[in-house]
Design a protein around this ligand. Sequence first.
Ligand SMILES: [Zn+2]
Length: 139
Amino acid sequence: MTQAYNKPLPVPQVESDVYWQKAKEHELWLRSCNACGGNAYFYPRDISPCCFSRDTEWVQASGKATLYTYAIVHRAPHPGFVADVPFVTAMVELDEGPIMATNIVIDDPTPENLVIGMPLEVVFEDATEDISIPKFKPV
Ligand SMILES: [Zn+2]
């Protein structure tokens, strides 16, 4: 696709800079809480949501997940998405445990093709030179 990206873009924050840098390299990284023995969590933030420890670190995720829940969007929420409908918004459960909001990349988004628990793997949409957005596709 050669036309300019016309959708709202994520704005990396201090605590998520690494996440977006790694996404640009087509790698999915999570934060992990050392105080809880390596409990991975999402979204990225310095203080763990499990025990509020600051003893946390970045870890690379496998990129594997399962479909937790989804919705098929038929009416574009923004002019930038008009060409995309119908598309799938979803929550996916990463193999590392966290559940994240994302899109499912699938040619024919119907309930028959979207099965809760189905295996998925991460893919990256290069939105701009600086931002690549993690999405998931059926394995
Ligand atoms: Zn913890």
